[in-house]
Design a protein. Structure first.
Length: 216
């Protein structure tokens, strides 16, 4: 949806709201490197209420002048990072213990686990108890492995992102590891088989984690 085509043109038009899309949620969390797009996405995802599209507010959120902010919004819309909607989706809230299992479940057909960088499982679907603890520990090792070789991966090899996978003979992921970076915190989303990060539940998951951990 084009950001340009959804902007109010005169007083009295219906209020439009920012809606972060799955690609935007992924971009917001796959790296901690600061840029204007990531900064805006993190602010939108950290809000407890839907954020209305108001040019003056967009300028305040981005710290850019009106022309630069308009260009940024158009670019982000073109990359399917966000859209402007008249009826925004409800923002998920509640205790992490209660809502995380329902948020991670739709992200994979089989086993799914969310762990922090210390190797503690925050939520899981499909793993046996012993598997859960072992895979959560593996998650911590994967994060340390990435951090140890981040300069090589990013600067010398020129590769973006920090996802890892155990692949089969044809190169498909049997078990994938997606690092979610939120401020100074890192989490690992572990998915068996085909991932479904293009679903709204991924946006809701990142929003919940950002609202809980971004300022810590």
């Amino acid at each position: 949806m084009s950001a340009q085509s959804n902007r109010p043109t005169e007083a009295g038009d219906e209020t439009l709201y920012f809606q972060v899309l799955p690609a935007g949620a992924y971009y917001a969390t796959f790296s901690a490197e600061p840029d204007d797009m990531r900064a805006l996405l993190l602010q939108l995802l950290s809000s407890d209420t839907a954020v209305p599209y108001i040019p003056a507010l967009l300028g305040k959120l981005t710290g850019l002048n009106s022309e630069e902010a308009d260009k940024l919004l158009t670019t982000m819309s073109g990359r399917n990072f966000l859209e402007l909607v008249s009826d925004p989706l409800e923002i998920v809230s509640g205790s992490l213990q209660d809502i995380l299992p329902d948020l991670i479940g739709p992200l994979g057909e089989g086993k799914v686990l969310l762990a922090d960088e210390q190797g503690f499982a925050l939520a899981q679907k499909g793993f046996e108890r012993e598997e859960e603890e072992a895979v959560a520990g593996l998650a911590a090792d994967v994060i340390m492995l990435y951090e140890r070789h981040e300069s090589l991966i990013t600067n010398q090899l020129g590769l973006l992102g920090c996802s890892w996978a155990l692949v089969n003979a044809v190169g498909q992921s049997d078990l994938g590891f997606w690092v979610l970076t939120i401020g100074r915190e890192k989490f690992l989303l572990i998915i068996e088989g085909m991932p479904y990060l293009n679903r709204q539940s991924f946006v809701d998951l990142t929003s919940v984690l950002i609202r809980r951990y971004l300022d810590h």
